[in-house]
Design a protein around this ligand. Structure first.
Ligand SMILES: *Cc1c(COP(=O)(O)O)cnc(C)c1O
Length: 398
């Protein structure tokens, strides 16, 4: 018989009762170091007093009022995001896929309203992940996710990642813009070359098309900057954020330059839940922490140290780990053994991680991890790698 909870996930048999910082504790008292952070989402870790306090205080006042009224928490959050980024205006919604839908709608509407209605197509990249709605499945373009869901939504073209010639070849009279993750997450923790991002900006300017960025996973501090594209020195025209934006409370956002945002006029786009007082109180609390002087520099410092330790580990276990990739605290171990094998061994050692495409094991810890947490994670991974050594397997099998 089918479980009452629809079985769309193969869940690990772990029940977490509570957490603190980067640690989660099961109902039966086992402690796990959370280097998955609820898929790069619990950015401030667990039981962060400032976030918990902000949510509790707002919940006791008013949770939801709809977007038919002014929401000061949303106005303040939008002003802060505008001040910290390229954007002039922000739309709040509830998830990454919904933010990406809003971004693509904004791109199409901009073209339509500026006399180029034939330009509706968006160039996307191989290895991308943009979400699970029908249109974002099509933007993702991965056969594994599309299979069985009928005709692909039209309007998305795919080219190889980090390949400028392919991008130029794909631009046609129907192209509205380009959509890229500055660091591909689900696809295998692959960063775009900074020079590639700069070339995308230039080609968009050359053709008068829009540059859209999906920073749902790599944004909100994870790269060591507030948004990952900031490392490249260029700016998109429109961008999505979600995952870590409210520290685990569901929220998405579309950030846009005025030239794009002004086309989403009243009645053209909407959401019932998006930008509620509660969600925005959570996101404002997250921003309070992330915008504190030194916070992002500290993320960068911890990330570089972790990267160095992981590189050493990979060199120690070349028959288990081929190499390290990623940016900031979105790190991937390209595996030689199946990534699920290393993941299971790590879980057995008390370390939670996430698999990604291209046989990569993804590490996306809370941004508040301590040096001691990192040292423990490396020790756990070392023991996990020992278990996964092909030679260890052969000895065990005898
Ligand atoms: C997770 C993710 C999404 C989808 O976000 P949901 O909140 O699951 O809809 C979109 N883009 C990227 C880059 C993501 O990592």
């Amino acid at each position: 018989m089918i479980p009452a909870l629809m079985p769309t996930y193969n869940r690990a048999d772990l029940v977490f009762d509570h957490g603190n910082g980067a640690w989660l504790v099961t109902a039966d008292g086992r402690r796990f170091l959370d280097f998955g952070a609820g898929i790069a989402t619990s950015s401030l870790g667990h039981d962060h007093p400032h976030l918990v306090g902000a949510i509790a205080a707002q919940a006791a006042r008013v949770i939801h009022v709809s977007n038919l009224y002014r929401v000061p928490q949303a106005e303040r959050l939008a002003e802060r995001l505008v001040a910290a980024t390229f954007a002039d205006s922000v739309f709040f919604c509830n998830s990454g896929a919904e933010a990406n839908e809003g971004m693509v709608k904004a791109m199409r509407k901009t073209m339509h309203d500026t006399g180029r209605p034939e330009r509706f197509r968006v160039i996307c990249f191989e290895g991308a992940f943009h979400g699970r709605t029908l249109a974002m499945l099509s933007a993702t373009g991965n056969a594994k996710y599309l299979h069985g869901f009928g005709p692909v939504v039209d309007g998305f073209d795919h080219v190889p990642f980090n390949n400028m010639n392919a991008v130029r070849d794909a631009i046609g009279p129907a192209t509205a813009g380009i959509l890229i993750e500055p660091v591909q997450g689900e696809g295998g923790v692959r960063p775009a070359q900074l020079q590639f991002l700069r070339a995308l900006r230039a080609v968009c300017d050359e053709y008068g098309i829009l540059l859209g960025m999906d920073e749902v996973q790599c944004g909100m501090g994870r790269s060591g900057r507030l948004f990952a594209h900031q490392w490249s020195g260029i700016e998109p025209d429109v961008m999505s954020a979600a995952k870590g934006i409210a520290g685990g409370f569901p929220m998405g956002a579309v950030l846009a330059r005025e030239q794009v945002a002004r086309h989403l006029t009243p009645g053209t786009h909407g959401t019932t839940f998006g930008g509620s007082p509660l969600a925005c109180a959570a996101a404002n609390a997250v921003l309070d922490v992330m915008l504190e002087p030194g916070f992002l520099a500290e993320v960068d410092r911890k990330a570089r140290r972790l990267w160095a330790d992981l590189t050493t580990l990979a060199a120690e276990f070349p028959d288990v780990i081929e190499g390290v990739r990623g940016a900031g605290l979105l790190l991937g171990l390209k595996c030689v053994v199946p990534n699920t094998e290393l993941q299971q061994a790590a879980t057995a050692e008390g370390l939670l991680s996430i698999t990604a495409g291209d046989n990569v094991l993804r590490l996306a810890p809370p941004l508040v991890i301590t040096d001691e947490d990192c040292a423990q994670a490396i020790a756990m991974l070392r023991r996990a790698a020992l278990r996964c050594r092909p030679s260890a397997g052969r000895i065990a099998a005898k």
